[in-house]
Write a protein that binds this ligand. Structure first.
Ligand code: AMP
Length: 282
């Protein structure tokens, strides 16, 4: 496995693969890798000739009071994990390499789907994601780019701008990887105290209970309120508990496929999760 820290180095490393028309699969990450990230890499390994993983903590997607400075940076450990799952190239650029010294004047705003859920809580976050993912796609020029459904809204935003801007890549969503107790794996789980780690699975438990309740015919609003109650009782501060259609439109009733979304803080740690619920009229 090669590690490249410059755009020039990465381009040189990929040129032979491009000339040989090999398929390139790309997994963008912010590092501190866990099985969720590694599943994306394994999936890419299954059907791509060359697998590139980027590790870059992107400053412009963090708000002023968010955890950019304290975000865990564990490149050595990450490199070992990536080598073990068959990654070919790690691209780990500096902020300077990605953004240079000349001020950036271009922004990418993806419209209404970025104004709700995490977008409402984190102003500018998805613009920052859209800019860095576009830059990375232009640098790597992959055939396929893989993203986790854990960040469902992020995946929707990326699919939208890739479509709108005709970026020549196929975007693939990969299911959420969970710990045995159901907690969605996240680099931010490492912030949890032992006590909060015990409580954290309540998020997914409440989503699973919601799926059962909906399928038994309970009203969507009541089910959302039951999730809120469970989270508050467990000690969470809720950012949002919402239902949307798979394309992130508002939904009032469970009369079509829906996705339930939770963002909640336990102590200082903000966790997100979601569950896709299939509707069947029979
Ligand atoms: P991050 O390093 O948090 O920016 O995540 C990099 C990629 O890994 C994104 O596409 C995430 O959606 C994905 N990812 C993170 N956690 C999980 C998980 N538990 N299951 C599936 N994908 C994940």
């Amino acid at each position: 496995m090669k590690t490249e820290t410059t755009i020039q180095g990465l381009t040189a490393s990929l040129s032979a693969a491009r000339q040989a028309r090999k398929t390139i699969g790309f997994v963008p990450t912010m590092g501190n890798l866990h099985q969720g990230h590694l599943n994306l890499v394994r999936e890419a390994r299954n059907f791509c000739d060359v697998v590139v993983v980027s590790i870059f903590v992107n400053p412009i997607q963090f708000g002023p009071n968010e955890d950019f400075d304290s975000y865990p940076r564990t490149l050595e450990q990450d490199s070992q994990l990536l080598a073990d799952v068959g990654c070919d190239i790690v691209f780990a650029p500096s902020v300077e390499q990605m953004y240079g010294s000349k001020p950036r004047l271009t922004n990418i705003s993806v419209g209404e789907i970025t104004n709700e859920l995490c977008g409402a809580q984190r102003p500018g976050h998805f613009d920052g994601v859209a800019v860095v993912v576009t830059k990375l796609l232009n640098i790597v020029q992959p055939n396929f780019a893989l993203f986790g459904q854990k960040d469902y809204q992020q995946l929707a935003v990326i699919k939208q701008f890739v479509h709108d801007l005709n970026i020549p890549v196929e975007v693939i969503g990969v299911p959420i990887a969970r710990a045995e107790d159901g907690l969605a794996l996240s680099s931010r789980n490492s912030y949890l105290s032992a006590e909060h780690r015990q409580i954290a699975p309540v998020i997914y438990q409440s989503l699973q209970a919601a799926e059962i309740a909906l399928k038994q015919g309970q009203a969507l609003n009541d089910v959302l309120n039951a999730i809120r109650e469970k989270l508050v009782d467990a000690g969470f501060a809720i950012d949002y508990v919402e239902a949307k259609t798979p394309s992130l439109q508002n939904v009032e009733q469970f009369d079509q496929n829906i996705v339930l979304f939770v963002a909640a803080k336990i102590g200082k740690t903000r966790l997100i999760d979601n569950i896709q619920i299939h509707y069947s009229s029979s």
